[in-house]
Design a protein around this ligand. Sequence first.
Ligand code: MTE
Length: 326
Amino acid sequence: MLIKTIPGWSLPERKATPENVFWNRREFSKRAATGAILGATGIGFGENLYVSKGWGAEDPLADLFPASRNKRYVLDRPLTPKHLVTTYNNFFEFGSHKNVWKSAMQLPLRPWQLRFDGLVEKPITLDVDALIRKMALEERLLRHRCVEAWSIAVPWTGFPLKSLVDIARPLSGAKYLKMTGFNMPEIAKGQRQTWLPWPYVEGLTVEEAVNELTMIVVGAYGQPLPHQNGAPLRLIVPWKYGFKSIKSIQRFTFTHERPVSFWQEIASKEYGFWANVNPQVPHPRWSQATEKVLGTNERVPTQIYNGYGEFVAHLYEGLEDENLYM
Ligand code: MTE
């Protein structure tokens, strides 16, 4: 099933809430004031660092870093060295190989507007910096398991997606949240491959979107997010295969119809809507029983829900007839 995409930002101006009105009428949580500057930030992992131009001190959000660590999320393995996480990437907008970091740096990150629309009380467009500055940023150490059977462990900085859902105020008929990336074929050469269904799209149920583990990420290793990892903001859903964690999001659309993701549209027999990690359900072309840990190259057993079952397994009760693991 193909979802007919609403033409880009087709909402008449008069129907949109002006940004200043929006900010004035709401109370937002303040940035975590206590312990905002912690020594334990993640800076210092993998010291032979690659630091991209445009990432670091000159980033407009640099003063928000480092954020304090949320100790609720603990790892069972060392963090992956930063230089690997920032130079071994999947970002198909810039090519179908891992070495995309240089090309990804061409992506203009400002101005960057975020659109909230579909089944919401009132569609709005917000500036990314104004929005992020209203959020209580925190650092979480999380595992990330790619469907290709490699994994990383990263200190991400961000906030729960639930905070954005609260801002958007979805209507009761909204069952799904569709997230859409950018479409800039003049800059992103992968997007010149017109047989691919650009822009990149991903989706969650609203229950998944408001789950405490679901994170919008704006930084990594105690610094603003590098282009190649999905700046200025991306999703992280660590219990699902990595392709669900859409990068460089521009639009959040609430809908009653299950969104068809980028990969589902390309190969629906291999990539589904749910894509929850499960070592016992192989990909049609390879086993998912183990994963290669980037950095050590050790092969370790993959865990159900990537080890996050305590947070998310309840979301799937009663859905056993669905293809939950592809
Ligand atoms: N988001 C966009 N927009 N484009 C992509 O190609 N690749 C996905 C996901 N998000 C992808 C994306 C895949 S397959 C993975 S494994 C992760 O991003 C990789 O994230 P990383 O490069 O930060 O490790």
